[in-house]
Ligand binder design. Structure first.
Ligand code: IMP
Ligand code: MG
Length: 196
């Protein structure tokens, strides 16, 4: 390994910013790579403790949670199984009606399993609420919820999420799996998106 070259924009010396060329519509880093690593280890330890002696089925919501799931599963000591769900994004109309469509269903049986549902970010909580109900209807042993990011606001306060990585102010963010029109998922940190 050689030493890193010139740093990216702003103070990104310890956050992986030097590994990705700065882009015009990527703004302030809100969560650094080091912070993500640290918090992921903590959540992994909590899940290990909470599901001791079980083999939880980790269910990632595609595509945004992919990087988080990959890191989180390695922070869990003991056996886990892995599955994914894909859901449709929704426009303004469907947001109010609460319609979420499943585009890719689970490969595994859910009945009797301990599920950990893993999201990249919870905003209104509509997607998470829908998926909790969807999974509960299949009679699992338990459903726990985990999100890397929780957008602050009074719209999702009633949602009890078991494991939350970071609470964020109401800015649109990219990186570490999260996209803006499919771009920037490979940024190693979470940054504000300043494009439109
Ligand atoms: P909710 O159903 O309103 O909670 O929206 C959650 C979903 O919207 C997430 O799983 C993301 O796919 C997407 N989303 C919400 N906010 C952001 C963001 O800031 N960046 C990227 N995707 C987002
Ligand atoms: Mg998502």
């Amino acid at each position: 390994m050689t030493d890193s070259g010139p740093q990216g924009q702003g103070d990104r010396s310890d956050d992986g910013g030097d590994r990705y060329p700065p882009a015009g519509d990527v703004g302030r880093v809100l969560v650094t790579e080091a912070e993500i690593v640290q918090r992921t280890m903590e959540i992994g330890s909590e899940i290990t403790k909470d599901l001791q002696g079980e083999t939880p089925l980790l269910v990632g919501v595609l595509k945004g949670s992919v990087i988080f799931v990959a890191d989180l599963m390695r922070a869990i000591a003991g056996p886990v199984e892995l599955d994914f769900l894909a859901v449709s994004s929704y426009g303004k109309q469907t947001q109010s009606t609460g319609v979420v469509k499943i585009l890719k269903d689970l490969d595994n049986e859910v009945t009797g399993r301990h599920i950990v549902l893993i999201e990249d970010i919870v905003d209104t909580g509509l997607t998470l609420r829908y998926l909790i109900n969807y999974l509960e209807a299949k009679n699992p042993a338990s459903v726990r919820t985990c999100t890397l990011l929780l957008r602050q606001g009074d719209h999702n306060e009633d949602l009890a999420i078991d494991y939350v990585g970071f609470s964020l102010p109401p800015a649109f963010v990219v990186g570490y799996g999260l996209d803006a029109r499919q771009k920037y998922r490979n940024l190693p940190y979470i940054a504000e998106y300043t494009g439109d």
